[in-house]
Design a protein around this ligand. Structure first.
Ligand code: ZN
Ligand code: ZN
Length: 468
């Protein structure tokens, strides 16, 4: 009896606590709580051991240093097999902890994405562009992450008393948002601001996982890439790259690196890249349809061993990625205030077939903007070019390098020139907040301060003038 009484007492004490914490409240402030979903590569810590899984620690680097130095010397001496052995050893000591098993489950799980917020901080923009930050383990199947994101959204709604939340997503965050939409629909979403989204994949990954890395004859592309790289601002260095390119100095270096790739890529792939990356479901969300089946055949020679993993990655690819346009069109139809911000004006890395395309360094502009028409990097649209879709507004960049009329959402897609992929979430806070807060009718023509094509200077954006 005493025991029953004490249990009852505990229950009575707990009930008011839980009901006050999550009492149904309602807020009419008009500002949906904003959740930021970051891109690939956030810090990962093993929940059980407390050890940092990613990025590699100083101790990891110290341990790998002899192999890094030895590998560099072997490459210089063109002893490719030794270079490969040492390089792989170094990569495994630096990144071995991020590996997944053959079903796509991490060997060292982190529990990221499971932590739910406890405070109502909406409207405060505590994180610059958002009120909350959803952290997740980027190695995981996006379906698992989307489930966690759903729990997170439910908690934020309960805490703030709002029926909907707004999202700001960057790069891989767009994969999580798209999977969330696929699984849970649009009813919970107010605004969705997608920064440099990876909706259509990242060509360099498709190319690597298909075993197609070819750099031997990319000397001109490498010169162009280096010159378009926004961090290379030193005029003397730029001059050196230009002269080096003209004299063909990159050609022997590339041929020499290609030598290493030709004789060792297969081995490096099987023994290092495959266990580290090809078994990571998250990575496969970056493989575009153009490469997907080929990359699967190259990566998984034994279908039965990887059957569970293949089922997982197919679910994202054929459920979400290949239906993305429709998903987003539906979202818009259901009232989601969707906005896309793409980068352009940087040449793609000379490693994949898309190497001549405009990009934000990592993702091609055509992909991240969902369909912009861009001439090859370094060229402008021909004078005779007629806007792809004539809708009564001008959607051609003043510098003549992008035609945005062919985008899925030409009125709601903004472009920032020479902004690196990785700098997107941290720059231009005012612009992103403006996007989050704008009504659905806002377009690239609404605010002369934020037209369709912009360039940034410090943290400020300014419209691109026709003469630039
Ligand atoms: Zn409110
Ligand atoms: Zn238009």
């Amino acid at each position: 009896m005493k025991r029953i009484l004490s249990v009852l007492l505990v229950v009575c004490l707990l009930v008011p606590l839980t009901t006050t914490a999550f009492a149904k409240k309602s807020c009419a402030c008009g500002h949906s709580p904003v959740i930021y979903v970051r891109g690939f590569g956030g810090n990962l810590t093993n929940t059980e051991t407390g050890r940092q899984v990613y990025p590699p620690t100083k101790e990891d680097f110290d341990q790998a240093m002899p192999q890094i130095v030895g590998g560099a010397l072997a490459l210089l001496g063109r002893i490719y097999p030794l270079f490969c052995t040492l390089g792989m050893k170094a990569a495994m000591s630096l990144l071995g902890q991020i590996a997944c098993d053959e079903t796509g489950e991490p060997l060292y799980p982190t529990g990221a994405g499971g932590l739910l917020p406890n405070e109502d901080v909406h409207g405060k923009y505590l994180h610059g562009t958002s009120d909350y930050v959803f952290d997740y383990d980027w190695r995981l199947d996006p379906f698992d992450t989307a489930e966690k994101l759903h729990r997170y959204v439910e908690r934020v709604k309960a805490l703030t008393g709002h029926e909907k939340v707004s999202f700001v997503v960057h790069s891989m965050g767009s994969v999580m948002l798209a999977t969330y939409m696929y699984l849970y629909g649009y009813a919970d979403i107010d605004a969705a601001v997608c920064l440099a989204p990876a909706f259509g994949g990242v060509s360099i990954l498709g190319s690597l996982l298909s075993g197609e890395a070819d750099i031997s004859d990319k000397s001109a592309e490498l010169t162009m890439f280096l010159l378009s790289y926004p961090e290379l601002t030193d005029a003397r260095l730029q001059k050196l790259v230009r002269i080096g390119g003209k004299l063909g100095l990159f050609r022997p270096i590339l041929r020499w690196l290609q030598g290493a790739l030709d004789c060792q890529f297969e081995r490096a792939f099987r023994e290092c890249l495959h266990p580290l990356f090809a078994t990571m479901p998250g990575i496969w969300s970056f493989v575009s349809d153009e490469y997907y089946e080929r990359a699967k055949s190259f990566s998984f020679r034994d279908d039965t061993q990887y059957a569970a993993l293949i089922r997982r990655i197919d679910r994202y690819h054929y459920g979400v990625q290949t239906h993305l346009k429709q998903l987003l069109l539906d979202a818009r139809k259901q009232g989601v205030r969707l906005a896309i911000v793409s980068g352009y004006g940087i040449s793609s890395m000379p490693l994949s077939r898309s190497h001549t395309q405009q990009s934000d360094f990592l993702i091609t502009t055509a992909c991240s903007s969902l369909g912009a028409v861009c001439p090859p990097f370094g060229q402008a649209l021909p004078k005779s070019h007629v806007q792809s879709v004539e809708d009564g507004h001008n959607h051609i960049a003043p510098d003549g390098t992008v035609d945005a009329s062919a985008c899925t959402f030409p009125e709601r897609t903004w472009f920032i020139r020479s902004l690196m992929h990785f700098d997107f979430p941290y720059e231009n806070t005012a612009f992103i907040r403006w996007l989050v807060e704008q009504p659905a009718e806002t377009t690239v023509c609404t605010n002369p301060q934020y037209p369709q094509f912009m360039q940034q200077d410090g943290h400020k954006l300014y419209p691109i003038a026709a003469s630039e």
